[in-house]
Design a protein around this ligand. Sequence first.
Ligand SMILES: NC(=O)c1ccc[n+]([C@@H]2O[C@H](COP(=O)([O-])OP(=O)(O)OC[C@H]3O[C@@H](n4cnc5c(N)ncnc54)[C@H](OP(=O)(O)O)[C@@H]3O)[C@@H](O)[C@H]2O)c1
Length: 292
Amino acid sequence: MKTILLGPNGQLGSDIFCKNLREGEPLSIKPVDRSIVDLTDLDATSRFLQGADFKCLINCSSYHKTDEVEQNPELAFKINAHLVRKLSEICLKKNARFVHVSTDYVFGGQQKRQPLTELDAKAPINIYGASKSMGEDFAMRSGADVLVLRVASLFGVAGASGKGGNFVETMIRVGKEKGKLSVVADQFMSPTATADVAGVIIQMLRFGVPSGIWNIVNSNSATWYEFAQRIIERAGICASVMPISSAEFPTPAKRPPYSVLDNAKITAAIGPMRPWQDALDAYLIAKGHRAN
Ligand SMILES: NC(=O)c1ccc[n+]([C@@H]2O[C@H](COP(=O)([O-])OP(=O)(O)OC[C@H]3O[C@@H](n4cnc5c(N)ncnc54)[C@H](OP(=O)(O)O)[C@@H]3O)[C@@H](O)[C@H]2O)c1
């Protein structure tokens, strides 16, 4: 399937590209990075895509520096929402499948404290979440063959280019430098390896799963404190990890107190996703933080 991949150098995009190569290229991927088209230029992006030959478009691009976004809502809605509307319209015209990557941050304001399914009503509590939520809506209402994939708390070997690293690397660096960490223990989420999301995306496209919203996260949940504890322990770093409350760590953007995603739908479609603890071990080995 001729596929265009937007955001190919990012944490998730680079894993999709590499995994596809390792699997013998089930998707014929053309990576389209910023040097080819700047996605903030919606007209140039449209022209480029309208002239391109593809049957599938995977969008891993995003403006997702959550705190910075609070000061730049215009750019956030441009990339995370209006660009997505354009992309889905082009896919509709070209009869191409559109895979759009979204986030657990479309949640946060809901009352529910049980894993959130694809059917639960969204309730974003920051501008990043609101912009991604609007992007989802544009895509879902476009009439195109759309897969909206909600991922969460990503860690991948490339590190998020948009964020300058990822949580695992930050914990390891600060743990080594300071010997102690204070991490919020009242936000529950689904830590997820981009390597695993990449594999699932390729399988979804091969199996031709039906269009719609899909939660794509590793199994099990954690607070950021529990996640940090596990990282420090499994990377063999001599550092203490202290639990703190969100009130003790104020940030410009509010974070969801609960955004754990239920992955039962993808499990039923293509099989279970491994626990994040196993995915973390694999990541630490791949990055040379653990010998085995
Ligand atoms: N990271 C997380 O913890 C997390 C959590 C939930 C959901 N998500 C979602 O998962 C997806 C992938 O995240 P990620 O961590 O892989 O992100 P990432 O590493 O920051 O990658 C984003 C990609 O988008 C590209 N991009 C951004 N603005 C662009 C522009 N104006 N023109 C062209 N390319 C542009 C970046 O290009 P450059 O490399 O040139 O900057 C980069 O390749 C995103 O949709 C994000 O919202 C991420």
